[in-house]
Design a binder for this molecule. Structure first.
Ligand SMILES: Cc1cc2nc3c(=O)[nH]c(=O)nc-3n(C[C@H](O)[C@H](O)[C@H](O)COP(=O)(O)OP(=O)(O)OC[C@H]3O[C@@H](n4cnc5c(N)ncnc54)[C@H](O)[C@@H]3O)c2cc1C
Length: 321
């Protein structure tokens, strides 16, 4: 059993489900599981942490923590670590988590492994797996020495715990000195898409260069909307201006691990696979039976996406009726 601190991420007063995966995994291993929530007026979120596995919830709230900055949040998380003295610190490998934990690791002289796809707790020690060489190999990671063990875990890699709605948190407040901060967010400009982000959605429908035009992505959007999925894209599609860069999946885009990934007219270049090969189920639609994507696909559909995708959308709608 170990003392584990989970950085529970919130945006606009909503907790990220990926953080619950970490609370659940720690609690299931019998650890003393602490959650820390950082933000402005976030104490109302404490119960949700308890319901998803936290034994103890800590809150750090301040107007200066309304929007994330690495500078302010790293001060806050460092203060939490000093106050709680955990043996292990976990965060999700989100854009926030993957920036925050390296800064904090430097502050506390911790040992850090990032972008892990599995974790286990063995005699107080973390055992991690992390893809290397663009996902071509998996490294088993254990920390030597006595430094604080820290890790970021890929979203959707573990699965959500079963929440217990009857639980409430006995939250404590940690104070942190935020004077003299050098960075301040002046404005947050949000994207106008109502669809989920590719890193968070349980299903991702992605398209490649073969879509031939931005407007042709409408057929992927229809399929995605019928399933509550996000729309992703290969770099070739992004470079051609069919989709914004925030939708790009791959080595120089986002890394996703959804339950279902549907690759439409994507060849399966190594740089694309680096961003999606840990998806639970992969469906590939391609006219070329030799396309590399078929080597990692669970379901291979050899055919023209312009025929297959609308047929799939109709079938999903039909099943839902
Ligand atoms: C440093 C570096 C970083 C990179 N980072 C990324 C990254 O993050 N993400 C990424 O995706 N790529 C990345 N790339 C680019 C990558 O190497 C590939 O060029 C790119 O993934 C190809 O995109 P694509 O599969 O859409 O296009 P293509 O390789 O052109 O493949 C198109 C596929 O569509 C099929 N097709 C054609 N018409 C149809 C149809 N009507 N129906 C069904 N199938 C059809 C074809 O058979 C083909 O397999 C990177 C490259 C480099 C060098």
């Amino acid at each position: 059993m170990a003392k584990v601190l989970v950085f529970v991420e919130q945006r606009d007063g909503k907790l990220k489900k990926a953080s619950f995966e970490l609370l659940g995994a720690s609690a299931a291993a019998g650890n003393e599981t602490h959650a820390v929530i950082i933000g402005e007026n976030v104490s109302g979120l404490a119960n949700e942490c308890a319901q998803n596995g936290a034994n103890k919830v800590h809150v750090i709230q301040d107007a200066a923590l309304k929007n994330y900055t690495g500078e302010a949040y790293s001060r806050a998380l460092t203060a939490a670590i000093k106050s709680i003295s955990p043996e292990i610190v976990l965060a999700s490998h989100t854009p926030m988590g993957k920036e925050l934990l390296p800064i904090v690791a430097a502050h506390v002289d911790g040992a850090l492994a990032t972008d892990c796809t599995s974790l286990q707790f063995e005699g107080g020690k973390l055992q991690l797996k992390r893809p290397i060489y663009s996902g071509k190999a998996i490294a088993d990671v254990e920390f030597c020495g006595t430094s604080l063990q820290m890790a970021t875990i890929r979203q959707n890699a573990i699965g959500l715990p079963k929440a217990d709605a009857s639980k409430t948190a006995d939250a404590t407040t940690i104070t942190v000195d935020l004077s003299g901060l050098k960075t301040k967010i002046l404005e947050v400009v949000k994207g106008n898409s109502a669809r989920p982000d590719v890193t968070e959605a349980p299903i991702v429908v992605s398209g490649g260069r073969s879509l031939k035009a931005a407007e042709n992505f409408k057929i992927l959007e229809d399929l995605a909307d019928s399933m509550g999925a996000a729309v992703g894209a290969s770099r070739a599609a992004v470079d051609a201006g069919y989709r914004p860069h925030r939708d790009q999946v791959g080595q120089t885009g986002k890394v996703v691990s959804p339950s279902l990934y549907i690759a439409c007219g994507i060849s399966g270049a190594i740089q694309h696979l680096a961003g999606m090969r840990t998806s639970k189920v992969i469906v590939a639609i391609n006219t070329d039976p030799q396309a590399p994507i078929f080597q990692i696909a669970d379901y291979a559909i050899v055919g023209d996406l312009f025929q297959v995708v609308p047929a799939l959308t109709n079938e999903v709608k039909h099943l839902k009726e």
